[in-house]
Design a binder for this molecule. Structure first.
Ligand SMILES: [Zn+2]
Length: 211
């Protein structure tokens, strides 16, 4: 599989992916477009740009890359002056996770699946909410007035979860649920088809309405 994405500035984006460890395999340029095909081990990304650039909204998650040595790539990014945010040690990235923005403002997450022997124990991480994208989604809901809904996940005692809902999750079957952050994190980790439902107004209905 080759992951392809459009970028505004092909040169700035090539430089960014080189910091992440990718190297250009081939490239091309025409009057109104340019592309670069880049490789990191068994991963391939195709970056393409058009003139004029496509209007693409900033994405809350563009790519998630796993590294065997996250600290090494973090050191390269920091030396280049790239701002990064450590988002803790979530269950899918026990060796750590950092968030960076690509040159177009899209979020790219970098993780290390397992804690390495040289890494200090992250005791105290347990119980903390470290899925920063969830917290960002919840902040968007809150900024739009919040919701008075209760979390729709049943509690362990058969009653309902006592917490208020923070985010809306959806899955590829079309089901949706308003849930609290604790249950949202559990669902995203255990339900492969679940995703955070955007609260934007540019949905499929808006697309169909313009046809
Ligand atoms: Zn809940």
């Amino acid at each position: 599989m080759v992951a392809a994405t459009y970028v505004k500035d092909i040169d700035a984006s090539r430089a960014f992916y080189e910091l992440l460890g990718f190297a250009e395999v081939s490239a091309g340029r025409a009057e109104t477009s340019a592309w670069t095909y880049m490789q990191l081990g068994g991963l391939f990304v195709l970056l393409a740009s058009t003139t004029p650039p496509l209007e693409i909204p900033r994405l809350p998650l563009l790519f998630y890359f796993f590294y065997a040595d996250l600290d090494a790539v973090v050191a390269v990014l920091q030396a280049a002056g790239v701002q990064l945010t450590r988002t803790g040690h979530p269950p899918h990235a026990l060796g750590g996770e950092v968030k960076v923005l690509d040159p177009d403002g899209n979020t790219v997450l970098l993780g290390q699946r397992e804690r390495s022997a040289s890494q200090a124990s992250a005791a105290g991480d347990e119980g903390l909410l470290q899925f920063s994208l969830l917290k960002e989604a919840a902040a968007v809901v809150a900024a739009r007035g919040g919701t008075s809904r209760a979390c729709q996940v049943p509690g362990s005692n058969g009653g309902s979860c006592p917490r208020r809902a923070d985010v809306k999750l959806a899955d590829s079957l079309g089901d949706m649920a308003w849930v609290c952050l604790v249950h949202a994190e559990e669902i995203l980790v255990t339900v492969p088809t679940a995703f955070i439902a955007s609260q934007g107004d540019r949905g499929i209905a808006a697309f169909i309405a313009t046809r």
